[in-house]
Structure formats: structure tokens, C-alpha cells
Design a protein around this ligand. Structure first.
Ligand SMILES: Cc1cc2nc3c(=O)[nH]c(=O)nc-3n(C[C@H](O)[C@H](O)[C@H](O)COP(=O)(O)O)c2cc1C
Length: 615
């Protein structure tokens, strides 16, 4: 950045006014806008707001205030990286470090060590650097998506918390998000832009210093620019309607279509479903691909665009699992950006209840609900491993069943907050004192198939993302869920059941089968096949998954199968590894099969794992 720069702090009573103001600042040539935030404030959370505005603006920098004391450092770094990807390199971060006891109480903290803010900035910067720029190699010959030697753990440790890393998505387009903060934070050497009171003079050691002034034009000597708190003179509200704006109110939305079958799409990002090896496949980590897919689905009358969550890059024997693919951006940030690009599709974020704080998550989901005009959904998960915990303050926290106890209390707290109630809790599972400020009722999904997961669904879910797809399993699941619903006094159809299932279409059944086989082969690259077998190597700890029990018997059975059918390693893995259940056939055949599921009342639709996007 060179020359004199102007920035503006922008807030407004409503989303439409705010959007107009930010666009006016962009037209007026402002370098960036800052979006103030306070966990106790009622408005849309600034990170969500910035992601939405990222898709309604083209040039201006967007710098939400995110507080180091009321969120998880790993979430914060991931959200900002997501904002940078969604805005194609326009993200800034105004470092907030509220020590207000009421704000801290919303996340169950009594006090905060003033040294923490420096730790959080350091760890965020470390995480943004944890993927080298050229880590994504997409080597078709070896089937390697990334070069694991170019993705690094951060191994951050301080007396206050530790984070292992790396980031879950590729490096932000800017490399480092622009870190902005007040001189009063006392971390001037860690900031890119310092906001200073002109009466105090220019602080030493800062690359870029903006004077905090009331009005444009009065940049004091020695400063690089000014940030104006009241640049209303430059704001020329425009009444021009833009295409693709979200519904401002429910009455402005197109009337919902009645459909007996609900379809969602599960944009998996990381994982074996997604295909990336062909040159004509789109870059699944790029925001444009998400936008293209979401808009296509919307045109196709899908109910929901659904993002999974994975808060630690998968590893194999201590190194990043290179055949895997990256691209699970922070779901709420990404969906807030998609809210600006779509008009009526549901936007469902998978968010766990183990490594989040109820008041923080409830507010972010309510914010997504606001910017999308009431289209937010929350897929409630607990996550199933302790290993993810190494990225969070608590560490590898809580055994399986206790996670569901926390999840139940968490969801109940979130619902109360959305009703505007005050929630006070102080147990070993949940500590908070918060009052809900944004009314919302996102659609609640649940995924997780154990008895604890099913109970949670029966109590609280509107929709289940089920793992039981085959007709027999789906019928047993539906019966079990309905028994549980009755026990909670809910109607048998109170929860919609959407199992995961993919579809492969062909003009003939044979052509569809051929395509399905091709997809399976593409998904099972050589390195992936080897890594799959390595998890059963009895001598080492490998993939942190639960398949370890019965390991020796499984090895013997697979050896026998390979010898019997003369299978290569890849063929063996294709034969034994679980693939997503697929409907394979002509459109007519599949419609008939779906009809059978619906008539039997065992599902209400399907959640389709997305795997190919054409460039
Ligand atoms: C269809 C399905 C999709 C899931 N998607 C995710 C996900 O995206 N992220 C995640 O952390 N967990 C996901 N989970 C797992 C949940 O974290 C669940 O809480 C975990 O499996 C442990 O619960 P369970 O033993 O009840 O299955 C998913 C589970 C199912 C059945």
C-alpha cells in the first residue's frame, strides 16, 4: 500500500443500509472498512457480515473485529482465512481483545491474561503460513493433491493454550490476512496497520499507521492515512437493486414449492469422494466453484447446500495425509459468502458442540440466518476423536457419551438464546452466562448414528443426515427414530430423514454402471489405496480411525480375497473400502427406486455427496 489511504469504520442499523454504505465507501475509493463487533451486541457478527459483504463488493478491504478472548484461536484463524478466500484476498482483521467480564462470561471465562492477545496473533499468523504457497501440487501421475513436506504443524505452545495446526485450508490468497489493531493493544510489532490517536503521535515500529479521526480530510502529518468514524458525507446510498440479493423478508421470498422429496447436497471438500485429478475438474477450494455449485443446485430446486466440518487436516503416521484433498473452509464464513450469491437455497453448516462455545456459535448461526434472509441450518455433530482437540484450548476433550451430554445442553442453550433468553450454566460440561440478542430458528440437522446421536436427534433435530441408506437399514433407522420421537412427545414426522446417497446416471443401466466403476477407480488412487491398507499395519499407529478393532482377522480376510480373485492393491481396496451408497441407473430407474423409499416412509429425501465439478 502506498500513498495516503482512507479507511472507515462502518456500522448501520440494518443489513441493507450497511451494504449500501460499504459499497459507497468502495466507490469513494476507501482502502478498507472495519466492522466493529462486541460479543454482547445484538447485530450480525462481524465475521459473518464481512463474508456476506465480500460477495457484494469487488475491491474494498473488509476487516471485521474478532476478539481473541471470546473465541478459539484456531477458529479465528480459520474464519479469517475463509474470508480471505471468499473475498479473493481482501480480508483484514481488527484485533479485539475484550476483557469485559460480561463478554468473557458468554464463553465461560472469568478473566483473561493480557498476554493472550499476542499469543493469538502469533498463532493465527503461524496457521496462515502453515501451508506454503505451492503446497497444492495436484500431481495426477502420483494421485497426490498436496505435497506434505510443504504443509506444516505449528506446534504452538504458551502457558495459556496450545495449537498443533496446520490450517485446514490452503494458504489465504494474501498469504497473511492484514492484521489491524489499536496502538493500545501493545502489540505494535505484530500488526500490519496500527490505528492510533493522532494526539499521541505516530507510534514507533509500525509499518503503516492510521490516525483515528472523526472526518475525512484531516490526516495529521506523519500518518499514512486515517480511519474515519463518521464518513457519512461519502456515503451515497444507492437504491439500485442488484441481482442475486437475498430475500430481505420472508414475504419477499419466492413461495416455497411443495415437494415430497427433499434433496440436499453435501459439499464434502476434503475426503475420498471428491474427484480432482482431471484437468477439466474445477478447483474445489476456490470460492467460484462453491458459488457455481450452489447456484446450479438452487436452479435445480435442491433444498439445501450443506458443508461438512473437519477441524484438523487428516494425517497418516504423523504427517499430513497427502492423497487426501483440502478444502473444508470455515462453514459459516463460506455460507455467509454464498448467502450473498443465492436467493432461496438452505445453507447448512456442520458445527460441532465439543470445541465451540454455545453463545458464540448461536450468535454466528443467527447471523448467518440474518444475512441469508432466514436460510440457515446447523448440522449438529460432536466429532468423534480426541485428536482434533489438539487445535483447541481444552485439548482432546470428553469421551464419546459425555460429548452427547454436552451437545444436548449446548443445543438447549442455543435454542434459549435464539428465543432471547438469558442462559446461565456452570457445570463441568458447560459454563456460560449470556443473553441472546439475535432472534433465530435455524433448521437443526443432526449427524451421528450412535444411540447418543439418535437421542439428540429425537429431542432436538428437524432433519437427520443419516448414515443408513440401504432400504433395510433406512427402515430400521426410521422405526428406531420414531420410537424415540414418541418417547419425547414429538410427532412421528417431526424429523425429516435424509440419508447420504450419491447418484450416477446413464442413458442405460450398463452405461451408469460403467460410470460408477470409473468414479470408484478415480477415487481410489494408488497412494490412497496404500494409505488405506497401512491403517491395518499391526506394527504402527496409523490413521486415527476406529477401524483398528479386529485388525488381524480383517488382514487375513483381505489377503484371502486378494489371492482368490487375483486382485491388485488398488482393486482390493476398491473391493473392501466403504464407498458412499449410490443409486446407479437410468433416471427412470432411480425415480422408481426413490418412489419406493418414499412410499415405504423410510426417508424424506437424500443428501448427495458432491464429487465432481466441471471447470
Ligand atoms: C452422515 C454423517 C456425516 C457426518 N459429518 C461430519 C462432519 O462433517 N464433521 C464432523 O466432525 N463429524 C461428522 N459426522 C460425525 C459426527 O461428528 C458424530 O458426532 C460422530 O460420528 C460421533 O457420533 P456417533 O458415534 O453418534 O456417530 C458425521 C456423521 C454422519 C453419520
Amino acid at each position: 500500500m502506498t500513498g495516503l489511504l482512507f479507511a472507515a469504520e462502518v456500522s448501520a442499523p440494518d443489513l441493507a443500509t450497511l451494504e449500501r454504505r460499504v459499497r459507497a465507501e468502495e466507490d469513494a475509493g476507501y482502502a478498507f472498512v472495519t466492522l466493529p463487533d462486541d460479543p454482547l451486541r445484538g447485530g450480525v457478527e462481524a465475521g459473518v457480515l464481512a463474508a456476506f459483504l465480500a460477495r457484494r463488493t469487488a475491491r474494498i478491504g473488509l476487516a471485521p473485529t474478532l476478539h481473541t478472548s471470546t473465541t478459539e484461536p484456531f477458529h479465528l484463524a480459520t474464519q479469517l482465512a475463509g474470508l480471505d478466500h471468499a473475498s479473493l484476498g481482501r480480508a483484514g482483521w481488527v484485533v479485539g481483545a475484550t476483557a469485559d467480564p460480561a463478554a468473557l462470561a458468554t464463553v465461560g471465562r472469568a478473566a483473561v491474561d493480557p498476554a493472550e492477545v499476542a499469543d493469538v496473533v502469533e498463532v493465527a499468523r503461524g496457521l496462515w503460513d502453515s501451508w506454503e504457497d505451492d503446497a497444492v501440487i495436484k500431481d495426477v501421475a502420483t494421485g497426490r493433491f498436496l505435497d506434505p513436506s510443504r504443509v506444516h504443524h505449528v506446534h504452538f505452545e504458551s502457558p495459556r493454550f496450545s495449537v498443533i495446526g496446520p490450517l485446514i485450508t490452503p494458504r489465504p490468497p494474501q498469504g497473511q490476512v492484514v492484521v489491524i489493531g489499536s496502538a493500545a493493544l501493545g502489540i505494535t510489532d505484530q500488526l500490519d496497520v496500527v490505528l492510533a490517536d493522532p494526539a499521541q503521535g505516530r507510534p514507533a515500529g509500525a509499518p503503516l499507521v492510521f490516525a483515528s479521526v472523526h472526518d475525512v480530510g484531516d490526516v495529521p502529518p506523519g500518518f499514512d492515512g486515517c480511519i474515519c468514524s463518521a464518513p457519512a458525507t461519502t456515503c451515497r446510498p444507492s437504491s439500485a437493486a442488484r441481482p442475486g440479493r437475498p430475500c430481505g423478508s420472508p414475504s419477499a421470498c419466492p413461495a416455497p414449492r411443495t415437494a415430497s422429496l427433499h434433496l440436499g447436497v453435501f459439499f464434502t471438500g476434503a475426503g475420498p469422494n471428491l474427484l480432482w485429478t482431471r484437468p477439466d475438474f474445477a478447483d474445489h477450494t476456490h470460492i467460484d466453484t462453491f458459488i457455481h455449485v450452489a447456484r446450479t443446485l438452487e436452479r435445480g430446486l435442491f433444498d439445501a447446500f450443506f458443508l461438512g466440518e473437519g477441524l484438523r487436516v487428516r494425517e497418516n503416521r504423523g504427517t499430513v495425509y497427502d492423497p487426501d484433498v483440502a478444502g473444508r473452509p470455515d462453514a459459516i464464513t463460506q455460507l455467509a459468502a454464498l448467502a450473498a450469491e443465492t436467493t432461496h437455497i438452505g445453507l447448512v453448516a456442520t458445527q460441532n458442540t465439543t470445541y465451540n462455545y454455545p453463545a458464540d456459535l448461536a450468535r454466528r448461526l443467527a447471523s448467518l440466518n440474518t444475512v441469508s434472509g432466514g436460510r440457515a441450518g446447523w448440522n449438529i455433530v460432536t466429532t468423534d476423536n480426541a485428536w482434533t482437540g489438539e487445535n483447541f484450548r481444552h485439548g482432546g476433550w470428553l469421551p464419546h457419551e459425555r460429548r452427547y451430554e454436552r451437545a444436548t445442553a449446548f443445543v438447549e442453550a442455543a435454542k434459549a438464546l435464539w428465543r432471547g433468553e438469558r442462559v446461565v450454566a456452570a457445570t463441568d460440561l458447560l459454563t456460560l452466562d449470556a443473553t441472546g440478542a439475535i432472534p433465530a430458528r435455524p433448521v437443526l440437522f443432526q449427524a451421528g448414528d450412535s444411540p447418543g446421536g439418535r437421542e439428540l436427534a429425537a429431542r432436538h433435530a428437524d432433519v437427520v443426515f443419516s448414515a443408513n441408506t440401504s432400504c433395510v437399514k433406512a427402515a430400521a433407522y426410521a422405526a428406531d427414530l420414531r420410537r424415540r420421537l414418541a418417547a419425547h412427545g414429538r410427532a412421528p414426522d417431526a424429523v425429516r430423514i435424509l440419508p447420504g446417497a450419491s447418484v450416477v446416471l446413464g442413458d442405460t443401466a450398463a452405461e451408469a454402471r460403467e460410470k460408477a466403476d470409473w468414479i470408484r477407480r478415480e477415487q481410489t488412487t494408488g497412494p490412497r489405496a496404500l494409505a488405506y491398507l497401512e491403517q491395518l499395519d499391526p506394527s504402527r499407529g496409523t490413521l486415527p480411525i476406529e477401524f483398528r478393532t479386529g485388525k488381524l482377522a480383517r488382514i487375513a480376510a483381505w489377503r484371502e480375497l486378494a489371492a482368490e480373485r487375483d486382485l491388485s492393491i488398488r482393486e482390493l481396496v476398491i473391493a473392501v473400502s466403504p464407498g458412499h451408497e449410490s443409486f446407479v441407473g437410468t433416471p427412470g430407474q432411480i425415480a422408481e427406486e426413490w418412489g419406493r423409499y418414499l412410499r415405504d416412509g423410510v426417508v424424506d429425501g437424500f443428501n448427495y455427496p458432491y464429487r465432481i465439478s466441471r471447470a
